[in-house]
Design a protein around this ligand. Structure first.
Ligand code: ATP
Ligand code: MG
Length: 150
């Protein structure tokens, strides 16, 4: 089945809106109206929900989250970028491991289990895609997902 990415993402954002509003985080969607994907809906949901959840959770007060979509030659790119605390370079190799968290005391306060990104990684692999991270401490983080076109 074809998933219409814009309404699909809007629904996830609206489920997280209370959380975002508490922090004053604004979520921008840079997704064309006609973007469609034929991938497993549960997998795509797990990916977007966990990435947007993190982008709110590790953001600063009144920060922003931007979810964008673009088509490349052989694949599509979905990115989730935030204006948050960033991830120290030395931790990046480990963040997709189950239960791994950068700052244990802060993470305890924020809640969660440290499973989100391990689920993202598994789901992306199921879809034969790839995930990339780019982060700058104190500035923000972008997660980019690449999925094959067909
Ligand atoms: P859960 O997702 O189970 O609620 P979690 O968010 O701590 O818990 P993950 O989503 O797997 O777990 O993320 C692992 C760790 O990577 C987080 O604890 C956090 O330290 C770091 N991290 C993930 N996303 C971001 C982000 N957008 N900005 C900064 N740090 C992040
Ligand atoms: Mg998480």
């Amino acid at each position: 089945v074809e998933i219409k990415l814009l309404p699909f993402t809007k629904k996830i954002v609206s489920d997280l809106s209370e959380f975002a509003e508490k922090k004053g985080v604004i979520i921008n969607l840079d997704i064309p109206e006609n973007a469609v994907l034929s991938v497993d809906e549960k997998m795509l949901h797990a990916i977007l929900k966990n990435l947007i959840d993190n982008a709110i959770k590790y953001n600063r007060e009144n920060g922003t989250v931007t979810v964008s979509y673009r088509e490349l030659k052989n694949e599509v790119e979905i990115s989730v970028c935030d204006t948050g605390i960033g991830i120290p370079r030395s931790h990046i190799p480990f963040i997709f491991e189950r239960f791994y968290r950068v700052d244990r005391s802060r993470s305890r306060k924020l809640g969660g289990t440290g499973l989100g990104l391990s689920i993202v990684k598994l789901a992306v692999e199921k879809l034969n895609g790839e995930v990339e991270v780019e982060s700058e401490e104190g500035k923000g983080t972008c997660f980019r997902i690449y999925l094959p076109k067909r």
